[in-house]
Design a protein around this ligand. Structure first.
Ligand SMILES: Nc1ncnc2c1ncn2[C@@H]1O[C@H](COP(=O)(O)OP(=O)(O)O)[C@@H](O)[C@H]1O
Ligand SMILES: [Mg+2]
Length: 267
């Protein structure tokens, strides 16, 4: 029997693709939102850091989703290879610009023209969001600074939200990154949650999956909290794995032993 049927779940529990209104509104989320709104107002730069799976991308998605589309245009870039060309390509796509050119001068020209058009003609505030910015090569920070300078530094047209792992903050200390880093006005580090926060998190996801009462006993919650180090993505895998382990034993109660069995298969 599948664990869905055994526990009476509707849909995939502990999913990654939560609808905006299904995201758990934590204090961290509100703190991130407040800083991003402030940063946009100033046309400055904000930093969101945290370990893998702490909830950075989800927080950004929630905040960006709350920006009214008639006033704001979030421009999403995910820095997987870390090169400036990749950033330009994704940015052009977000700005609905098609070009076959790979000349950096032409690409930056196109991007800057479109940013100006958004701000000046369409009265729409673009917001550059760079996720996984800890993967950006160091020289990219200098280029980003040039890209987003309008009339010297006097026109802060393009606020930037940089999200990534903790080394992002260190990378911004390098000499080539200093001009960009000097525009940072807000920063939030997403902490690993405590046990109480983890319990609330698990209950939230179980409710989304259709369960009013959690099948996890107290020790199982503690085991998930400890095994995940308070990080949500790892907790998702542990909790789902534990449900599967409990199903194979036909146990409606999920215990620490089930969590341990799930943990033995994860990295
Ligand atoms: N506020 C939240 N509410 C509900 N689930 C969340 C929340 N934040 C994170 N998650 C869950 O944790 C997973 C990892 O979060 P994610 O934002 O991808 O982390 P990061 O970007 O820091 O690596 C998400 O796929 C989602 O399932
Ligand atoms: Mg992420």
């Amino acid at each position: 029997m599948s664990y869905h049927t055994f526990f009476g779940l509707k849909g995939q529990p502990f999913a990654a693709d939560l609808a905006l209104d299904a995201i758990l509104k934590t204090d961290d989320l509100r703190e991130v939102q407040q800083r991003i709104l402030y940063t946009i107002e100033l046309g400055a730069i904000a930093l969101v850091t945290g370990e893998v799976g702490a909830g950075k991308s989800t927080a950004l998605r929630w905040v960006a989703g709350g920006l009214h589309p008639s006033k704001y245009k979030p421009l999403w870039v995910t820095a997987t290879s870390g090169s400036i060309l990749e950033v330009y390509r994704q940015l052009l796509a977000e700005l609905d610009i098609q070009t076959a050119s790979s000349s950096r001068a032409i690409l930056t020209g196109l991007i800057r023209t479109q940013i100006l058009a958004l701000v000046q003609s369409k009265k729409q505030q673009p917001v550059l969001i760079i996720d996984e910015a800890s993967l950006l090569r160091l020289d990219v920070f200098a280029e980003l600074h040039t890209l987003t300078q309008f009339e010297g530094d006097s026109k802060p047209y393009l606020p930037i939200i940089l999200a990534g792992q903790n080394n992002l903050a260190d990378n911004l200390l390098y000499r080539t990154a200093v001009p960009l880093a000097s525009r940072i006005v807000a920063r939030r580090h997403l902490q690993e949650v405590n046990r109480e926060g983890m319990e609330r998190y698990l209950d939230h996801h179980l409710k989304i999956a259709g369960l009013k009462h959690s099948p996890f006993d107290a020790q199982a919650v503690t085991a998930i909290h400890q095994g995940s180090g308070g990080l949500f993505r790892k907790a998702n895998h542990l909790a789902r794995g534990a449900l599967i382990a409990a199903t194979s034993e036909k146990s409606q109660l999920v215990t620490a032993e089930h969590v341990r069995r799930a943990a033995s298969e994860l990295f």
